[in-house]
Design a protein around this ligand. Structure first.
Ligand code: DC
Length: 214
């Protein structure tokens, strides 16, 4: 069985960047599971289907091709909002979790990031990280990113969005966002990405050493 690293955390916590860099460094497959929920939401929006139509959303979830997730299209803000709505439906989650587990079990191992990786998708992962930062800091990072890309944004509106999304992701009945009991907490509020990456890499190295000691 390959090495499996589970990374969870709220929107804009930096977990995606960390996951990508860890996968590159340790030559593991990488899946941003948020994209799978976004792909379902995108199909529902394209077909004009109500976001709470569980049967249609489950069908869409069963048809998602993990190899064809287009981040450029799926990263749109309204798709993220819609994804957080389709993600409350248990049949959608069951279908996506099945595909995510198949992905995780392919050699040489994988880094998966999302909201329920350590708690539900890969409860036996070799390492679980819960990456977080204050809502204000996450809003500020997103604002800076948009401005740096030449866009315009309202930081207070971004903060309100982040708080609404956190409430939905943490408050749902099925697989709410929360740290697994055995997750390592990485609060990046006052850490830059390099410091967060170094801390994560130390934890991965320890997990690899623990595997070879078994
Ligand atoms: O990480 P993201 O913004 O791409 O995720 C979009 C939404 O998908 C998020 O608000 C909740 C949902 N999601 C989930 O419920 N479980 C996951 N493992 C990943 C994402």
């Amino acid at each position: 069985m390959g090495l499996i690293i589970a990374i969870d955390g709220p929107a804009a916590s930096g977990k995606g960047t960390l996951a990508r860099r860890l996968a590159d460094t340790y030559r593991l497959n990488h899946l941003d599971t948020g994209l799978t929920y976004r792909a379902v939401a995108h199909r529902m929006l394209i077909h004009g289907l109500p976001l709470d139509n569980q049967s249609a959303a489950e069908t869409a979830a069963r048809q998602i091709d993990l190899g064809a997730l287009d981040r450029t299209v799926l990263s749109a803000h309204e798709i993220g909002e819609a994804a957080s709505k389709v993600a409350v439906m248990p049949r959608v989650r069951a279908a996506l979790v099945e595909a995510q587990r198949r992905f995780a079990n392919q050699p040489p191992g994988a880094v998966l990031d999302g909201r329920d990786i350590g708690t539900v998708v890969c409860p036996d992962a070799d390492l679980k990280l819960y990456v977080t930062a204050s809502p204000q800091e996450r809003a500020h990072r997103r604002y800076t990113e948009i401005i740096a890309n030449g866009g315009t944004a309202d930081e207070a509106a971004i903060l309100a969005d982040i708080e609404r999304r956190d409430a939905r992701d943490m408050g749902r009945a099925d697989s709410p966002l929360r740290p697994a009991a055995d997750a390592h907490l990485l609060d990046t509020t006052t850490m830059d990405i390099e410091a967060a990456f170094r801390a994560a890499r130390d934890l991965v190295d320890q997990a690899i050493a623990a595997r070879s000691a078994d």
